[in-house]
Design a protein around this ligand. Structure first.
Ligand code: MN
Ligand code: MN
Length: 486
């Protein structure tokens, strides 16, 4: 260790002017400012305008399938074509592919050869919700219900006694597809899970919190008028199935193969007298997916090939052929490689993955002063302070974390500093309080440089999640800067 310099005498130190110490503090301390305080009036206006577009997208894309439909429509309008439709790609080519209707890849081909790596924004478009069981329909006490099985990490009690809609697809016996969306139009009926009245809630309130409403108690009310023939067996169920057949041509057995999802029926809303926040279902992770998509569609002829990757099944482990683990996402990158390169070679493609930089764009918990005990206030993202860059996620000893390399993370930070784009940092709650994961490690396994980042959310995974409009807008600027300059 080097010899320590002689300390200044207390008398000298006392002469240091307060301005100097203030300047020194500014130079040395890390400070993450509230962006409403530092944003220009133009940026604030842009944040409100950008939020309107986002809210429109939220309301038409509540499920991964609907988000893909809406995104593909936008992409086609902006001149993107299905990648299969073309054999040769050149700088400026805009292509996309749907990952079995539940995930999406979109890219703008850059000037540099693909072997130098892609710049990718990866977010997910599935959200916690409630699905149907394979044999959902039953009648009990003159009411007709759907048995359900929740998807992802939800507090089940939050989903009762609130209006819900049903979205998804089903296939009739003859193979024709039915797209269903009931509960979104103001004239539509909605559905609901009942709850116990407080008057009789004594036993329920003594249950363990996780069991206040149990999985088997999420039974969706879908009807209560019996089939007209008084002698018919199971008249209430028959009345319902008769209606289902008349309206959609579906029989009970068709529900076995259907993908029907139960989500909150309300639309996204401004929150607060100042309209600074947005409350909605499914910010996790559309609040990252939407700005990522816009950041990529903004590109005309970027340096590197830029990609927006929107995956499914993140909430249950990124599994299956539409989850981030799926080969299908990589296939799209391989196709770009082959169609820009003239031919595919395995080593060249492996090198292009190795040279790839990816932001794993997923929400984090915004510091909630009401429930501050679960967070370390010095190491948590705050609502209104912009995108949160997270070196790692994971739980209890970083289990499942990707933990980005310091070289890469520092590079991203320098890039944002040059562009004068603010950011903040943090981790998901106190060390032993729990935790969570993202798609980061899955992509990092391919050799890419990966950094977790995302928008802070209040009430994450609740039917009504809250984010700040200023965070959304600066996240978009961050993403745009990354794909253009990384
Ligand atoms: Mn997420
Ligand atoms: Mn989530």
């Amino acid at each position: 260790m080097a010899e320590r310099k002689k300390k200044e005498s207390p008398a000298d130190a006392g002469k240091v002017k307060s301005e100097q110490s203030k300047a020194l503090k500014e130079k040395l301390f890390a400070e993450y400012k509230n962006l409403w305080e530092v944003a220009s009036p133009e940026d604030k206006d842009s944040a409100f305008a950008f939020s309107e577009e986002y809210m429109r997208f939220l309301d038409i894309g509540k499920t991964e399938r609907e988000f893909v439909v809406a995104a593909v429509e936008s992409l086609e309008e902006l001149g993107f074509t299905e990648i299969n439709a073309t054999d040769h790609l050149a700088p400026g080519s805009k292509v996309y592919t749907s990952i079995r209707g539940k995930g999406l890849m979109a890219a703008v081909v850059g000037k540099k050869p693909v072997v130098e790596g892609f710049n990718i924004l990866g977010a997910h478009i599935d959200s916690p919700r409630v699905d149907l069981k394979p044999c959902p329909v039953y009648e009990d006490s003159d009411l007709v219900f759907f048995k359900t099985h929740y998807y992802g990490g939800i507090k089940k009690y939050q989903w009762t006694a609130t209006p819900l809609s049903i979205h998804g697809v089903a296939f009739r016996e003859d193979g024709t597809k039915v797209t269903i969306c009931v509960g979104e139009d103001p004239d539509d009926p909605v559905f609901t899970f009942s709850d116990i009245l407080p008057h009789l809630g004594q036993e329920q309130m003594s249950r363990k919190p996780a069991d206040i409403v149990k999985g088997e108690e999420l039974n969706l009310l879908v009807g209560s008028i019996p089939y007209e023939d008084p002698d018919a067996p199971s008249r209430f169920k028959l009345g319902f199935l008769n209606l289902l057949f008349e309206q959609y041509g579906l029989k009970e057995k068709d529900l076995v193969t259907a993908e029907l999802q139960i989500v909150p029926a309300f639309r996204s809303r401004d929150v607060g007298f100042d309209r600074s926040c947005i409350g909605a279902y499914g910010h996790d992770d559309r609040v990252c997916a939407f700005p990522a998509l816009v950041a990529v569609t903004d590109q005309e002829k970027p340096d590197k090939t830029v990609v927006c990757m929107l995956s499914d099944k993140e909430e249950i482990g990124s599994v299956g052929n539409t989850g981030a683990h799926s080969r299908l996402y990589e296939n799209f990158l391989a196709e770009i490689y082959a169609k820009t390169n003239g031919a595919f070679d395995a080593l060249g493609f492996a090198k292009s993955l190795e040279n790839t930089k990816l932001l794993s764009a997923d929400v984090c918990n915004g510091y909630d002063p009401t429930f501050s005990s679960v967070s370390d206030p010095r190491n948590n993202a705050y609502i209104g302070r912009g995108i949160c860059l997270e070196k790692y996620t994971g739980s209890r000893g970083k289990s499942g974390a990707s933990d980005s390399n310091a070289e890469f993370f520092a590079g991203v930070v320098r890039m944002l500093a040059e562009a004068n784009i603010p950011w903040q940092t943090g981790e998901l709650g106190k060390v032993d309080a729990g935790g969570g994961g993202t798609i980061a490690y899955i992509m990092a396994n391919k050799g890419m440089e990966v950094l977790d980042c995302g928008v802070p959310v209040l009430s994450m995974h609740a039917p009504f999640e809250v984010i700040s409009k200023i965070d959304l807008y600066y996240t978009y600027l961050d993403y745009k800067c990354f794909v253009e300059k990384a």
